[in-house]
Write a protein that binds this ligand. Sequence first.
Ligand code: ADP
Ligand code: MG
Length: 238
Amino acid sequence: MEELILSQVTKKFGDSVVVNKLDLSIKKGELVSFLGPSGCGKSTTLRMISGFLTPDEGKIMINNTDVTHIPPNKRDTSLVFQNYALFPHMTVFNNVAYGLKMRKIPKSEIESRVKEALIMVHLENFGDRYPSQLSGGQQQRVALARALVVNPRILLLDEPLSNLDAKLRDEMRNEILQLQQRFNLTCVFVTHDQEEALVLSDKIVVMEQGNIRQIGTPSEIFDSPKTYFTADFVGVRN
Ligand code: ADP
Ligand code: MG
């Protein structure tokens, strides 16, 4: 079943076409990575999927509904940013609870759902801390809990691990994979890191300058790159 479909999605800033007629469909439970160099349009694409930006042309469907003009809080997506974007003046508990409060969920349910989300990311004892009292990895876990607590249909991750050191990155990769598999989550994962895309993805979308250069499984992309750009970028060109 197709969970997310982009048809001819285009975004321009001024005269420059940043995302160009993107076509893509993603099935329920798939983890799809957008892989490409800085500036190729990955974040812009995610922002359109999450509703923080509106495409200039094209259509976005989530679960068979046209959401192109639906605001972010009504499309069943959650976005995790590279820089965590936690509220510094709120405790971990309140950071995670925020989206539920916005949705007017009853207090007792908020309590139990936040606890459950904190357990998922191994921070059950950190609810009373403030973001400044946490390590980078812990802050990113809070951001992940905050995204998951609303039970999103689609989880969007924008280079979520790039501010972490190598060891922590490995750990978090595994945690994300475990959560994704446990809940059969549909995920779009943005990265400029070839290895990360290789390890995590069911499918990789290789982007360059707003265009898709290749879509395939990790082995298709790495073993039979179809364009020079893909070959160069994944580092397999002789
Ligand atoms: P990536 O996430 O792949 O690094 P982005 O989607 O952030 O790339 O950006 C793609 C291009 O669009 C870049 O050239 C960037 O400078 C430009 N861009 C992004 N956001 C804006 C904006 N709000 N206004 C003008 N240009 C933007
Ligand atoms: Mg980006």
